[in-house]
Ligand binder design. Structure first.
Ligand code: NDP
Length: 359
């Protein structure tokens, strides 16, 4: 890794994140209201990530097609970009820490320990020039992940003159996932990170560099796997991906619809609830965390594209199994504290967390 490459990576990073920030600010988008906050207010969010994604794809497609640039540069600068991403996360955390504690002092709010405020963050929803930074962080994170993954396909195209079936499936699954993610951006407003977690190093580093650089790990193995894929394998992977996406997206959508309108039909029927607060219809009556299950199926589907030659790409879905198990447990604690006996009743009605009859 040379100093020149680090300099190029830093310039690329600043242009990418800065460009997305400007787009977030200027591109029109529908304004959504966030969940009710502890102080009784709601925050407004302009959500335009889907349009930004389309603009970025058009820009990358045009640049690639006209040979103005090649995404293989991103692949070549993978490691310098990773270093820059880590430095950026540390700097952003320090800035959030300083600004957040200053704001808390000005409000006369209690200050937690330095370690707590650095790791978990001092503020729930910090803004910069009217842009909510926590919701914005998903934009470079997920679009960055897509760009890194696409760079594997470009490298294979430049080396072989064609894409393998593995690569085509891998790229198709990821691209659908990211498009679907941003098409459902409003659903993020009801997720735990947005409603309950402050914005500190844990989320800053998790969004970038961790997600783009670690979640693209399978690309390295898809790129270098010359073994053909049998038709039945391709069909099985497409099925796993499609069912996983249906469960993942369907579960999150049902909760979102319920939070927006508690009487909106689910699977054609008026939703059943526990105490008018917890949904027990649709996926939420089958398991308490089927959104995690569906997402795991999606992750396994694209990891399996890399084949069985190495265990390394499987570290990603296995890591997610651990993350989701721990997260499900933490969310369980949170909901028991918030809903009390209603949560116990809900757990009796929806007995399993992630795998019906197993867990
Ligand atoms: P959830 O979307 O399940 O949100 C949990 C919150 O939903 C609870 O705290 C509670 O909040 C509310 N809730 C729980 N059960 C019910 C119910 N039955 N009826 C109504 N409200 C309910 O979890 P996450 O925020 O953790 O995850 C959101 C998505 O993000 C998931 O699809 C997950 O897969 C994905 N994710 C992906 C990660 C990745 O790295 N790929 C990492 C983390 C998450 P309240 O009632 O207070 O609103």
């Amino acid at each position: 890794m040379t100093i020149e490459d680090l300099g190029r990576a830093a310039a690329l990073w600043v242009a990418f994140v800065g460009g997305l920030f400007v787009l977030r600010k200027v591109v029109p988008g529908k304004v959504h209201q966030g969940q009710l906050l502890k102080d009784g207010t709601r925050k407004s969010y302009k959500l335009n990530a889907f349009v930004i994604l389309l603009l970025v794809c058009a820009f990358l497609g045009a640049g690639q097609a006209t040979h103005l640039f090649s995404l293989s540069t991103v692949h070549r600068l993978f490691w310098p970009l990773l270093v820059v991403g880590n430095v950026f996360a540390v700097l952003e955390t320090l800035w959030l820490f300083a600004v957040g504690r200053r704001a808390r002092r000005a409000r006369g709010a209690e200050l937690k320990s330095v370690a707590h405020d650095l790791w978990f963050g001092a503020e729930l929803n910090p803004d910069l020039w009217g842009v909510d930074l926590k919701m914005f962080a998903y934009v470079p994170s997920l679009i960055g992940l897509l760009v890194l993954n696409l760079s594997f396909a470009v490298v294979q195209w430049e080396e072989l003159g064609h894409l393998t079936t593995r690569m085509m499936l891998y790229e198709t699954f990821f691209t659908i996932y990211v498009f679907n993610y941003f098409q459902f951006e409003y659903g993020m407003l009801h997720t735990w990170d947005v409603i309950a977690e402050n914005f500190g190093f844990m989320l800053v580093w998790g969004d970038a560099p961790f997600v783009p650089f670690f979640y693209s790990i399978g690309g390295w193995f898809v790129l270098r796997n010359p073994n053909p894929m049998a038709a039945w394998e391709a069909v099985a992977l497409c099925t796993l991906f499609a069912v996983g996406l249906w469960v993942f997206r369907g579960t999150n959508q049902q909760k979102h619809d319920y939070k927006e309108n508690p009487t909106a039909p689910i699977w054609g029927k008026t939703p059943e609830t526990v105490g008018g607060k917890l949904l027990v219809s649709g996926f939420w009556g089958i398991g308490r965390k089927l959104n995690y299950t569906g997402e795991l199926m999606v992750y396994f589907s694209w990891t399996l594209c890399s084949g069985a030659e190495s265990i390394v790409p499987y570290v990603l879905p296995l890591w997610l199994v651990c993350l989701f198990s721990h997260r499900a447990w933490r969310d369980d604690q949170r909901c028991r504290a918030k809903y009390g006996a209603l949560w116990d009743e809900y757990c009796r009605r929806a007995r399993f967390r992630m795998i019906p009859f197993v867990y």
